[in-house]
Design a protein around this ligand. Structure first.
Ligand code: GLA
Length: 729
């Protein structure tokens, strides 16, 4: 059993193959956190210490004992108002205006299988998983808090979610709710977080967790370009290959808040949960709120291993649907090829060119519907602009399919332009505050997806489109942040959360109705690149920035949690449309091959040589697609600190590997760079498929490969290794 309950001391122990998580419902019924880290055996309540600390008060039940304080003890789910002055996981405003929730152990259940969450994405697993449910209750208000733990023992994954149920008679308001709290009684930690902006997402920042709270999150309605809802708490000396670290990945696509704090006794607390601002969630009698799941993982072998745990978990236990294990189509997207300026013939021509080069699919991006020749109008009017296309959508798709190419389409269902028939008919469907002029962004407003009738209307429109022909892919975009939070029907404090649940409801229905359609997520590139979306869209356009050199960093940051199979990545034209930089086609291909591969340029403008090279790229990607989408991904360098960017994929049986290196800098009389490989079998011999050079895995990994010194900016190298027989070496 992965979950054990020791009755006498009421100690809960969760064991995964390499980690242990332990907590205890103590004599007063408080649920204290004992340990999370490398696997250990036995009871760890000896770690709790008790001293009389000034200004750290004592619960009444402790009687004369001035050494028992909620302010100093490690807690599993701390709430405001009980004498713990650190950051709280839970804040509840009671009907009398008081803010207190005194949670004590009531009961628990251990079950086979992993719990699911109604209306929310969550890790799923088979019988190998287990669930621990601990019910805590405030005996005065009868507020119940159900802590849910999902355990995937072999994956070294523990998930946490929380249900807050109002079992009392009076209305309460949940003002803050986290799904995971990690209290560390000792140690010094760094926080690794991933900040960014539109077209430059998920840059790694490593800071020390000190006194005072570090907070990051989003109040944009999406998980956002600015901070990814995933962080790592690492011991100071943790590196890529060694040391202890903990991941906290929020399975949610809306407002979130992460907090890390070192307290007055140098203990560390990390919290992951819903964003506090714009949130005050009323619960009437018997109503409940589910706090989205946080996926926890511990690695005692550095950051690289932590990433492997998350890659596996997200690939196998979050992503779903027909495309979960299928090799994804190589597509060409019309956006950077022609933006809004196209006709049906432009798309058909792109498809014919794509067919000639061996691509699988053409995607018609923004501009095909309503009145939409630029980004100022038309959103919400989901009917095909047949005048612009010069034919019906169905006719166009037939021509594309006849050319041997699949067809995909772009949509942005959550939005409305003021200049649209939909807005003219239903101005109150847009999120804005009556009597105020709303913030515009890209000249568009956000539809109130917390309202079912709004979603239903859009759903019907979208279905009508999807039924006009053989559509095999949808790019679901979302191109602004929410603001002016108000709803004609939904309580203001609920809108942000209910909006995201509405989005999930829509996506779930879409997936159920069209299980064969591959949906790629997008929000101005990677503005909603999170595990929540991955439950519905197994790949997400990683960034609107297609510049190979910038993409190296964006994809490096992304790789800490998200597997390559989720990372939409395309080759685009030079000079690059976002940076003006010129890089070789080979370099662009190398970088884009670290994800779900495609192109985003006018194929008609390519030279004959470029076309030949692209044909080879496509053949090469197809050959390695299985390895890239399902293999183990290793970071071989830190592109922020080293001249070379290097990464590799290794097949599960460790017989095949693909190494990619891009020189980020070039200097006179350039010193030689050596790249050390990872993940090979040390005693096996591997052959460089191209040069036929054979070496032991131990040599490739410990002595490395010298990268040639060549006079070319941003030169890239791809090396394929194949295990071969040990003789002749
Ligand atoms: C967003 C997307 C782009 C493209 C445009 C279309 O910016 O990220 O890829 O689809 O919208 O308007």
């Amino acid at each position: 059993m992965a979950i054990n309950f020791q009755e006498e001391k009421r100690i809960f122990t969760i064991q995964t193959t390499h980690s242990t998580y332990q907590m205890m419902a103590d004599k007063h019924g408080f649920l204290l956190h004992l340990y999370y880290g490398k696997r250990v055996e036995g009871e760890l309540d000896y770690l709790l210490t008790h001293y009389d600390r000034g200004f750290s008060g004592n619960p009444y039940d402790a009687g004369e004992d001035r050494t028992y304080s909620m302010d100093t003890l490690p807690q599993e789910y701390p709430s405001l108002g009980n004498g713990d002055y650190r950051n709280a996981a839970l804040v509840i405003c009671n009907h009398d205006g008081s803010r207190s929730c005194d949670l004590r152990y009531k009961s628990h259940r251990i079950e086979k299988g992993k719990y699911g969450l109604k209306g929310l994405p969550a890790v799923y697993a088979g019988e190998e998983a287990q669930t621990l449910e601990i019910v805590l209750e405030d005996s005065v208000t009868k507020v119940q808090v159900v802590l849910l733990y999902g355990v995937l023992p072999e994956e070294d994954i523990i998930t946490r979610s929380v249900k807050i149920i109002n079992q009392g008679e009076h209305k309460i308001v949940v003002e803050k709710a986290a799904s995971a709290c990690l209290d560390f009684v000792n140690g010094n930690y760094d926080l690794l977080s991933f900040y960014g902006r539109h077209a430059m997402e998920r840059n790694l920042q490593r800071t020390s967790i000190g006194h005072g709270t570090q907070v990051l999150g989003s109040r944009r309605g999406t998980s956002s370009h600015q901070y990814n809802p995933a962080v790592i708490v690492a011991e100071k000396d943790t590196t890529e290959d060694a040391g202890s670290c903990y991941g906290m990945v929020f399975v949610y696509s809306g407002n979130f808040q992460f907090e890390a704090e070192q307290d007055q006794f140098n203990q560390t607390r990390a919290l992951m949960g819903l964003q506090r601002e714009y949130f005050s969630y009323p619960l009437e009698q018997k109503e409940e709120l589910i706090v989205p799941e946080t996926i926890l993982a511990y690695s005692g072998e550095g950051l690289g291993h932590l990433s492997h745990l998350y890659h596996r978990c997200i690939r196998e236990h979050v992503c779903r649907g027909a495309y979960k294990n299928q090799i994804r189509p190589i597509l060409v997207n019309s956006w950077e090829a022609s933006y809004f300026d196209f006709t049906g013939e432009t798309i058909c021509k792109l498809a014919r060119d794509a067919a000639e080069l061996g691509m699988d699919m053409v995607v018609m991006d923004d501009g095909w519907f309503g009145k939409r020749d630029d980004d100022n109008s038309g959103l919400g009017d989901w009917y095909v602009n047949e005048r612009k296309l010069g034919c019906t959508l169905g006719e166009m798709i037939e021509k594309i399919n006849a050319a041997g190419v699949k067809f995909g389409i772009w949509i942005e269902p959550e939005m409305v332009s003021e200049d649209s028939d939909l807005y003219r008919a239903h101005p109150d469907w847009a999120i804005k505050i009556p009597g105020r002029k709303p913030n515009r962004s890209r000249n568009q407003l956000v539809l109130d997806f917390s309202r079912e009738e709004v979603r239903e209307h859009i759903f019907e429109q979208i279905c009508k489109i999807l039924e006009q022909g053989n559509i095999e892919y949808v790019k679901w975009d979302m191109n602004r942040s929410l603001s002016d939070i108000y709803s004609a029907t939904t309580d203001c404090g609920k809108v942000m959360y209910d909006y995201v649940l509405g989005l999930y409801d829509f996506l779930e229905k879409l997936n159920q109705r069209y299980p064969q359609i591959l949906i790629e997520g997008c929000s101005g590139g990677g503005g909603r690149f999170d595990a929540g979306m991955m439950y519905y869209t197994p790949q997400i356009w990683c960034s609107d920035n297609t510049d190979a050199m910038d993409r190296i960093r964006i994809q490096y940051g992304t790789s800490f949690f998200y597997p390559a199979s989720t990372v939409g990545s395309h080759v685009s034209a030079v000079p690059n449309h976002q940076t003006g930089r010129k890089t070789a086609l080979f370099t662009r291909g190398t970088v884009a091959m670290a994800g779900t591969f495609g192109y985003e340029l006018d194929l008609g403008k390519l030279s004959r040589e470029e076309k030949e090279e692209i044909k080879l790229q496509i053949q090469e990607y197809k050959k390695n697609a299985e390895l890239i989408q399902k293999g183990t991904y290793y970071r071989l360098s830190n592109p922020y600190q080293e001249e070379q960017a290097a990464w590799m994929f290794v097949s599960e049986n460790q017989e095949q590997a693909l190494i990619s290196v891009v020189m980020q800098e070039i200097h006179g009389n350039m010193p030689v760079t050596y790249v050390k490989l990872k993940g090979l079998k040390p005693d096996a011999v591997y052959e460089n498929v191209e040069s036929k050079e054979k070496r032991f895995g131990s040599a490739w990994m410990n002595a490395g490969i010298p990268i040639p010194v060549e006079m070319e900016e941003y030169r890239a190298y791809r090396i394929e290794l194949q295990e071969c027989r040990r003789e002749n070496i």
